[in-house]
Write a protein that binds this ligand. Structure first.
Ligand code: GDP
Length: 296
């Protein structure tokens, strides 16, 4: 994945630092320029990059007297810390409560990978022994219910939806009510993500949210969309209280930086990364280990 390219460039810059004997102002400047360039090339928003640059510089300047080996360590640490800070808004994501009904509403544009992610998410909790159910409140896209039903059947997860009811709010409400009554622990609500009539889409999201009162709203974001996702993220955020983000398609040609900076813009924590079309292709996201892994 292309994110590894970013990781490669960043670690190359840091490695160069290791092989330098004198760490003077010029060396520091060159390293920072190299890191900045790598981030911009990976589609990270310029404002986010500038913020990172400023913070790294401030950290280095604060300890002017450090020299040689300790200065190298300091630079390396500052870069790591700032990359982690960029990906970790310090808002803890929703914690699932065992034994209770956790209603999780998924939102995101059509094609972002929402329905696929829902199946992966269901599989993830199912494997951990949670009682999982799915509701299809996407009455707009033909085939949406069939897609969810197919996944649910493969996973042996109960599902709720309708071929005839056109009101998504009603389906969501009825499905959630039934699964709450049956004491399911993870009740996942899939929603529509139609393009074009976006005002109507956001109104629909608000209505479903008000009707089912989800414990968490998860925004599904396609990493291949570059910086456009930042606006999408903001718009969904304004419609419903997005509590966490899943970034999909990181296995493809995504530069990933666009999605990463959208997270920085919306201050929602990333909880999972999607890296393929199979039910197993979902990894929990931890900013610090992600950055360490990226830098090799
Ligand atoms: P929705 O319209 O948001 O529900 O999107 P879908 O779940 O139907 O996904 C749209 C397309 O993206 C499908 O072809 C999925 O197989 C594909 N997809 C979803 N997640 C991933 C992912 O993490 N990696 C890859 N390579 N493809 C994905």
């Amino acid at each position: 994945m292309v994110l590894q390219e970013l990781g490669g460039k960043l670690s190359a810059a840091l490695r160069k630092l290791q092989s330098t004997t004198v760490v003077d102002e010029e060396v520091v400047k060159a390293i920072i320029t190299e890191i900045t360039r790598a981030l911009l090339e990976s589609d990270v928003n310029i404002k986010v990059v500038m913020e990172l640059k400023k913070n790294v510089e401030a950290k280095i300047n604060r300890s002017e007297d450090a020299s040689g080996a300790s200065k190298k360590r300091l630079i390396q640490q500052a870069v790591m810390e700032e990359l982690v800070a960029m990906l970790d808004p310090k808002t803890p994501p929703y914690q699932m409560k065992k034994g209770a009904s956790n209603v999780i509403m998924f939102v995101g544009l059509q094609g972002s990978g929402k329905t696929t992610t829902i199946a992966k998410f269901a599989h993830y909790y199912q494997r951990k022994g949670w009682r999982v159910a799915m509701v299809c409140a996407d009455t707009f896209r033909a085939g949406a219910f069939d897609q969810l039903k197919q996944n649910a059947t493969k996973l042996r997860v109960p599902f709720y939806g309708s071929y005839t009811e056109a009101d998504p709010v009603r389906i969501a409400e009825e499905g959630v009510e039934q699964f709450r009554k049956d004491r399911f622990e993870v009740i996942i609500v899939d929603t529509s993500g139609r393009h074009k009539q976006e005002d109507a889409l956001f109104e629909e999201m608000r209505e479903i949210q008000a009707a089912v009162q989800p414990d968490n709203c998860v925004f599904v974001m396609d990493a291949t969309q570059g910086q456009a996702v930042a606006d999408q993220a903001r718009a969904f955020h304004e419609a419903v209280p997005v509590g966490s983000v899943v970034i999909t398609k990181l296995d493809g040609h995504a530069k990933g930086g666009g999605a990463m900076s959208a997270v920085a813009a919306t201050k929602s924590p990333i909880t999972f990364l999607g890296s393929g079309e199979h039910f197993d292709d979902l990894e929990p996201f931890v900013a610090s280990s992600f950055v360490s892994k990226m830098l090799g």
